[in-house]
Design a protein around this ligand. Structure first.
Ligand code: PA5
Length: 423
């Protein structure tokens, strides 16, 4: 079992100790409210893995079947309906070599992209999981139709029933479709919003289909939830309080930075979680992300020397899970001999430490969150931590971290243009 470590010491030097104590007290009170108070709005089902992680036997069974029989697994969903699973899969799927290829659909209107996905399924054993809490979302709805039609050209009704899994709310049109066609139906629990759905069937079936260990993942989530409860909000309240005070001082952009490129999809998940939860009423820290060292050669300039309204949160990984040592090559004369015998892990760590020092000296409040390694358990912990921190952070900011009215504006105009009835 790994343990996440949060280090806000350097960022705290930008804050007054009394103000921090008060803000931390407010954050802890919001945390207690999150986990203890009743839930009349029906938005807190994710706070405990027990309520999110339903239908586990079915998920294990179906996941194992997909993993064994699919050449291609198409995950159809957008925003909170695909990001959590995608982040884990894109980071650690190489651990399961026999898993199917995974394609992500239902997240674009680009004909080029959907055409590419349809081409990639041709002549191969295809399984799909369509995930939509509100089955009016156009991207997954439209992609389900074209994928389904393409599959129906090859598969009988019985075979379709084996190959299609729908994840939606009970009583929705998606559930009716599952019943009418004999498809497997998984619950998108009512009291859980998309971006908080990591521990529900939304996140679990895709992980199981890719051969990943959902029990270790859920155990990581549970451990984090228990730890936060035992510590009265612990590191989630601390992170929320520190960024809240920094925001009040004018630091209104947060860069999530990592030296592990395989965390780039995790950054997208984090970006959605905080952007959609906090960007309201003309308020909120703007979330951004960078993958170093590559991005040090581009946005690194701004981080070091641009406007001083930036917070930087480093997501560090203790054990990179690989080792590549540099052998001496004295005769070649490439002038990199000072690296002889070093492992890239040491070089990456030196670059990360140097970046944190340099950016701190450049006036950026730096926070560091360290995971021992990247595996299912660690992702469970990361999700447990960030979801709680985000909910508390939204409350500190004075916004509702669970709604997203702002995303409806473009939809209304688009639906009107496309002639959707009753818009
Ligand atoms: O977090 C959210 O609620 C959103 O990002 C949704 O997940 C996203 O809009 C997709 O919604 P749906 O599952 O209803 O298609």
């Amino acid at each position: 079992m790994s343990r996440l470590v949060l280090d806000t010491a350097s960022a705290q030097t930008f804050l007054e100790p009394d103000a921090l104590r008060r803000e931390q007290g407010r954050a802890q009170a919001f945390y207690r409210d999150l986990v203890e108070a009743p839930d009349p709005a029906g938005v807190k089902g994710w706070v405990s893995c027990q309520e999110s992680a339903v239908q586990l036997d079915l998920i294990r069974r179906k996941g194992a079947e997909i993993c064994e029989k699919a050449d291609v697994f198409v995950l159809v969903g957008v925003g909170g309906s695909n990001q959590a699973a995608r982040a884990v899969i894109e980071s650690i799927r190489s651990a399961h070599k026999d898993a199917p290829e995974i394609l992500y659909a239902g997240n674009t209107f680009s004909p080029y992209e959907i055409g590419r996905i349809l081409d990639a399924t041709a002549g191969r054993s295809v399984y799909i999981n369509v995930i939509a809490k509100n089955f009016e979302t156009l991207e997954p709805g439209s992609h389900f139709r074209v994928l389904r039609q393409r599959m129906q050209e090859r598969y009988s009704r019985e075979e379709m029933a084996r190959r299609v899994v729908l994840t939606g709310t009970y009583g929705s049109r998606l559930e009716e479709i599952a019943q009418e066609n004999g498809y497997t139906f998984l619950s998108f629990p009512e009291r859980i919003g998309g971006r908080y759905s990591a521990f529900s069937p939304v996140g679990l079936l895709p992980l199981a289909a890719m051969g990943l260990d959902i029990d270790a993942y859920l155990e990581g989530g549970r451990q984090m939830q228990e730890r936060l409860r035992a510590e009265d909000g612990g590191i989630a309240a601390e992170y929320a309080a520190v960024r809240s005070l920094l925001y009040q001082k004018g630091f209104d952009i947060e860069m999530l930075a990592s030296f592990e490129p395989r965390l780039s999809w995790f950054s997208r998940w984090w970006w959605q979680l905080f952007g959609e939860s906090e960007g309201k009423q003309k308020k909120g820290i703007f979330p951004a992300s960078a993958i170093y060292s590559e991005d040090l050669h581009s946005i690194g300039q701004y981080m070091q020397d641009g406007r001083r309204n930036l917070i930087e949160t480093f997501l560090s990984v203790e054990d990179p899970g690989a080792s590549v040592r540099i052998a001496p090559d004295p005769a070649f004369g490439d002038r990199f001999d000072y690296l002889d015998g070093m492992d890239f892990a040491e070089i990456n760590r030196a670059a990360e430490d140097a970046t944190i020092r340099a950016h701190t000296q450049g006036g950026v409040p730096c926070i560091r969150l360290t995971a021992d390694r990247l595996d299912e358990d660690a992702f469970g912990q990361l999700y447990g931590f960030f979801m709680a921190a985000c909910a508390v952070s939204g409350r500190l900011l004075g916004v509702d971290p669970f709604d997203q009215e702002g995303v409806e504006a473009y939809k209304r105009l688009m639906f009107h243009t496309l002639g959707k009835p009753n818009v």
